[in-house]
Design a protein around this ligand. Structure first.
Ligand SMILES: C[C@](O)(CO)[C@H](O)COP(=O)(O)OP(=O)(O)OC[C@H]1O[C@@H](n2ccc(N)nc2=O)[C@H](O)[C@@H]1O
Ligand SMILES: Nc1ncnc2c1ncn2[C@@H]1O[C@H](COP(=O)(O)OP(=O)(O)OP(=O)(O)O)[C@@H](O)[C@H]1O
Length: 286
């Protein structure tokens, strides 16, 4: 058996409304996931046991790593004692709101499902993905824009792509998702059209009047606690982005640009103090 390598892309959230809190402590939300051109690379090779290494030594490669957890979950489901060597080239910043760990977990499930010839149906992989994290199912099942509800696992592919250049910036602050969900300012009662209408208008007609509906409910608390992150968003708007927002629970911030020149100029403005990724229009994961 030869080795296989796959890319695990990052995501941004275009609009993120927290709509309630479940008895188990998880929150229900409404969001639209969009892929960006920032990715990890995972390589799987034959081995007698499940082992892992990572290019970023700050990331533990033990049983806590989401790739190892995904491999164990699939092996347990299939009743297999197969091994695999997982090598992770870590490029996506973590604690960023970019779903890097979630994407790695989904890529591991999908790759090992083939590599080990488990051939588990998508419904079973979805169940395993949800058990690994709320963001994991999106990376397993979508290549483009997806509307998510529930805790983020109820997905509807929008068959849309963003017709804009996307500048994604990581200013360096690592923000805990748990912290963010404990500190956001609830606005559960809101009578607004769902995000699908706004994204359809934005993507199909480039109707930027809907951007005021694309709020991220974590922003108030995150920007209060990390004002430098909020300043990045303001600077992106000042640099000409038609829309800018925190991604997920942060600290990554992204801006949408009509023109490649403006987007590249914005990258030049931030690249000395942020890690940056530039995503072209109509981008999908492949
Ligand atoms: C903020 C988002 O990234 C938006 O896409 C996601 O909601 C977070 O997804 P995630 O990082 O995969 O989150 P998980 O690893 O499943 O959960 C981490 C912790 O975040 C909180 N959490 C997460 C998702 C959710 N819908 N409600 C929550 O309250 C819970 O305290 C949970 O224990
Ligand atoms: N393979 C992995 N890559 C990144 N983080 C991992 C991985 N395995 C476990 N983790 C842990 O998961 C945590 C969250 O990682 P992840 O990148 O999914 O979250 P995030 O960047 O905050 O994105 P989001 O909040 O959108 O889920 C990390 O801080 C890290 O401690």
């Amino acid at each position: 058996m030869k080795s296989i390598s796959v890319k695990a892309f990052a995501k941004i959230n275009v609009g993120l409304r927290i709509t309630g809190r479940r008895p188990d402590g998880y929150h229900t939300l409404e969001t639209v996931f969009a892929p960006v051109d920032w990715y990890d690379v995972l390589t799987f090779s034959p081995a007698d046991s499940i082992t892992m290494s990572c290019s970023n030594r700050e990331l533990a490669c033990d049983e806590s790593n989401l790739c190892v957890r995904a491999a164990r979950a699939l092996a347990d489901f299939a009743g297999l004692s197969h091994g695999v060597r997982i090598e992770l080239e870590k490029n996506i910043p973590f604690g960023a709101g970019l779903g890097g760990g979630s994407s790695d977990a989904a890529a591991t499930l999908a790759a090992l499902n083939r590599f080990w010839a488990v051939h588990a149906p998508l419904g079973e992989l979805h169940r395993l993905a949800t058990s690994l994290g709320a963001d994991v199912p999106y990376f397993l099942e979508s290549k483009g824009l997806a509307y998510a509800t529930g805790i983020g696992e109820e997905l509807e592919d929008l068959n849309l792509s963003l017709p804009f250049w996307v500048v994604t910036l990581f200013p360096g602050e690592q923000i805990s998702t748990v912290w963010a969900y404990k500190n956001f300012h609830p606005r559960f009662e809101r009578d607004v059209p769902d995000l699908r209408h706004a994204l359809r208008a934005l993507c199909e007609q480039k109707d930027t009047s809907v951007c005021s509906l694309l709020e991220n409910d974590f922003e108030t608390a995150v920007f209060e606690h990390f004002p430098a992150v909020g300043a990045i968003k303001d600077e992106l708007l000042d640099a000409g982005s038609l829309y800018a927002s925190l991604s997920g629970s942060g600290s990554a911030v992204f801006g949408l640009f009509h023109s490649e020149d403006d987007a590249r100029r914005a990258v030049g403005r931030f690249e000395s103090r942020c890690r940056c990724a530039l995503t072209p229009p109509s981008f999908t994961m492949s």
